[in-house]
Write a protein that binds this ligand. Sequence first.
Ligand SMILES: NC(=O)c1ccc[n+]([C@@H]2O[C@H](COP(=O)([O-])OP(=O)(O)OC[C@H]3O[C@@H](n4cnc5c(N)ncnc54)[C@H](OP(=O)(O)O)[C@@H]3O)[C@@H](O)[C@H]2O)c1
Length: 317
Amino acid sequence: MSKKIIAVMGATGAQGGGLVRAIQNDAGGGFTARALTRNAGSDKAKELARLGAEVVQTDIDDPASLTAAFAGAHGAYCVTFFWEHFSPEREQAEAASMARAAKQAGLQHVIWSTLEDTRKWVPLSDNRMPTLAGKYKVPHFDGKGEADRVFTDNDMPVTFLLTSFYWDNFIHFGMGPKPGLDGKLAITLPMGNKKLPGIAAEDIGKCAYGIFQRGVEYTGKTVGIAGEHLTGDRMAAALSAALGRPVSYNAVSPEVYRGFGFPGADDLGNMFQFKRDFEDYFCGARSPEFSRSLNPGLQTFDTWLGRNRAALLATLE
Ligand SMILES: NC(=O)c1ccc[n+]([C@@H]2O[C@H](COP(=O)([O-])OP(=O)(O)OC[C@H]3O[C@@H](n4cnc5c(N)ncnc54)[C@H](OP(=O)(O)O)[C@@H]3O)[C@@H](O)[C@H]2O)c1
């Protein structure tokens, strides 16, 4: 029997890469991945080809390439890349292009990697956090959440997948332990004593694979995933144990975090404030137990730390 093709946007990246590997490592699973990348000749693309994935050159901003990329597929994993351009409008245009291409290809299952439109909880008139770019509270969330409707409007068999903070941000996104003025290591987050849902980035694709396997059970539904919900203190304690050096949690206010001045600090400051102020909702929407039902190998923070100790230590050098 021929295998069902899943076209995977962002295949050389964190979310899409995990999905391609999950599909290709399950030889008897009935699926095969079509890895979409702008550069089929990159080392990462060649590695996916080595796993047996079909690598197809695609640019998310080129609608004709998307139509070709989705043709003949059973399903598609759709994700946008906010941190490449910082534009929610561009993410929405890209989501609309993917929804159109999916409709044209008659896909039977689309997963849209989305996040909340936080303006449903914090309207622009609410001054507890600043409005950004004139019409957003958390631009990289709101743009994705607003784009949900392009899939609904196209009457699509879609699963809306709410992802969580990647623990990999402690390695790749500059959020890891850093020495303070006293030389002692600390992680800095504006979460107070509230819990932050987190996940090993690789597990997002594995959970998405579980959703594709279950098919119609999850079309038309919103599902959220996380590996664990942890406070800053709990993450600092786990980091201390893994690194063999004391790490503390530096709980700053969202105002202070927004003022750090790196690109996107205001967006992230608002994001953490949203997660802090709506902890019950935000954690409730991302069940680790449900995530483990999709992906039995779901990593806990301690498991992830054990596998990434060397990379974390390298950030301290
Ligand atoms: N960091 C977090 O904690 C977190 C949590 C939840 C959600 N997110 C969201 O995750 C999204 C990013 O996903 P990710 O982390 O999986 O991405 P990623 O690891 O940064 O990789 C993205 C991949 O997308 C490809 N890409 C970039 N621009 C492209 C384009 N124009 N056309 C086609 N492919 C393109 C690149 O592949 P090629 O170079 O091979 O083309 C790249 O390898 C963001 O929108 C972010 O808001 C992040």
